[in-house]
Design a binder for this molecule. Sequence first.
Ligand SMILES: Cc1ncc(COP(=O)(O)O)c(C=O)c1O
Length: 280
Amino acid sequence: MDKQALWYVGEEWVHPHEATLSINDVAVLRGYSAFEALRTYNRRPFHLDEHLTRLYHSAALIELEVPWSREALAAIIREVIERNRYKHAAIRILVTGGESEDSILPIGNPTLAVLITALGERDMERFAQGYKLITTRLQRTEPEAKTTNYLVAIRALKEATRRNATDALFVNERGHVLEATRSNFFIFRGNTLVTPASGVLMGITRNTVLDLAMERFPIEERPIELNELALADEAFITSSSKEIMPVVQIDDMKIGKGLPGPRTYELEQRFIEMVEQGAF
Ligand SMILES: Cc1ncc(COP(=O)(O)O)c(C=O)c1O
């Protein structure tokens, strides 16, 4: 842990080792809180506005009132970046449910925490390998809200690890493939890029990738059937931390040729170019 690190927790600037949260906060007792995870490139936050919009949206979906204005949140985040001199960093914004007397209904104000950790340079090797995923029938609650309830994600990841896979894909009761535990999911069928538009967290990276893909590939935002995976030529996942990551196998089935595909690679290159030009 960086000795100089300074996090903003409950209106104070503290070293991560000194950061505290009340044990009576329903975030701790009941997993009731909203959060955001974004990253910086060269000390600039990636799509901060969109992340703040999603934070308010997530909080509204779980009926959690955020007492901080967008401007106040943005100012704190900029100060976090300023006080920690990381070239690239991951930032978490946490809005807890607040303290409770009966251990379930919050009566106190939410606590705001903004955490930052340094990130290294992009690992280009990752692309050559691609991910192996498993499918899971476990279901997220409030999938369109980003909350700290990652109970099923952790269970699914544990199963993925036991089965020598990197991540798990949620499949709903109708046999629709939704998203991975912390990433959105895409397939290419020929030149057509397909990704679900509901029942998932609307990823900021997802939306950026769709914008980048728009002028190059036909796009279909619609459910992906489980049995459609056999027809996919390529697949990949997206997230703030992973950017674009090819998927080469799902359960026992290879996707396409079982290697990262050329269209995915092209999108990755466009994404890197956009980041490098600071065009975000
Ligand atoms: C369930 C889930 N889906 C998708 C994503 C990807 O979102 P983003 O691209 O905004 O990081 C995340 C990221 O945290 C997630 O937790």
